[in-house]
Ligand binder design. Sequence first.
Ligand SMILES: Cc1ncc(COP(=O)(O)O)c(C=O)c1O
Length: 444
Amino acid sequence: MYGNFVPRDPLGDCFASQYFRFDAPKPKHLSIQRSCFYGNVLMSQQCTSYKHYWQLNPNYIFLNHGCFGAVPKVVAEHQSVLRTALEKDPIRYLTPERELESKLDAVRNTLAGRVGAQPNNLVFVRNATDGVNAVLRSFPFKEGDEVVITNHGYNACNNAVRYAAERFGARVRLATIPFPISDPSQVIESVEANMSNRTRLILVDHASSPTGLLFPIQQLIELAHQNGSRIMIDGAHAAGMQHLEIEKWGPDYYTANHHKWWCAPKVSGFLYVRPELQPEVQPTSISHPYNTPRPGRSAFLASFDWTGTYDPTPILSLPAAFEFFDSLRDGGINASMQENHRLALLAQDMLCSELHVDIPAPSSMIGSMVTLPFDSLENQAAEFVRAKLFEDYQIEVPLYAGLKNERGDFVSPPLIRISLQAYNDPDEIRSLADALKQLGVSNR
Ligand SMILES: Cc1ncc(COP(=O)(O)O)c(C=O)c1O
């Protein structure tokens, strides 16, 4: 048993954290003797395994947390308690003015403390794609306006920009950021080179999708504002990989997923919008609140609280995910993020050394993911290698064709992206290195 799950009158109590308790003392971790050598260094003699807290198939090495996240057992159990409560009394639970708003507000307050923003500036969305679409579909573009996106951006979100821009005759400019990369200033230079006095919006990832790099968002926000442009940060991966201080950084919009690195149930996310811009932003599904104000509540909150019938239990389980991480290690979620970062650097060092790859990114740009470029691999072979790793070596890890520039030419070799979460360990990185070597995927 992993912590003690104590439901307390889930119907009557709207504060998620009051009917969830991740019981002290701390969960009993499994201590495992490791024998993983890297060079002459015994990497970790006594290693704590956290795998048994997750539901992941034990027959696979799972190095793709970044794609859809993974939910710890105790958080999934919490969600199922909430679902039972919902189904016992769906009208009371789901009607905004009866219970839903106060339940969402409780989570919103908890979230606000974790991301450095006022609760009234935060709304819930289904996922980061939804958050980006809400902003883009509401954006007051005019013909001739320009939007800057990057070639490290998530294709779905770049498409949301393309769609919105096309409808208004706005132009999309793709900043080509190199990979490998030697310094965060290269991100700023590429974005700046694509700005003009017509730039109205920049959309940039906080932790880049195909390359897992932490972008210098504070400087990008300053760059946008100095040039009279708004900026949206897509933090899909950043929540749970970085400490967030949204209002200190000062973006116009920030969206992120709860279900990736915070390990909340699928699907849920949040959207931050600067107060002055909130009247302009509508959810992707317009529903009753559009013409039915909720007394004492901003239209911004009301319209995102209700977008038609949906399952709010993933959102309402977010505090349970926070409590899970708070209990997992001394030092709470910050300690977990630091440990993931340490493991990611170890993975970068080990894989680069074993596979003869030059270190592709500075450690300041690494969070919980590392990406390696393979010059010797054909773009068409990336999917073949991914499938081989899964089928023959039971390793789940993504490989992609290289990044492209505005003309559609490849500007990087094919990539492998490795995610490191609390349940991963150095032996798994070693297994990946061995498998890649056997498959002949190496830069030598
Ligand atoms: C930067 C970025 N934005 C958005 C998304 C989309 O996430 P979702 O499908 O949960 O909306 C991803 C997914 O990996 C991503 O990497």
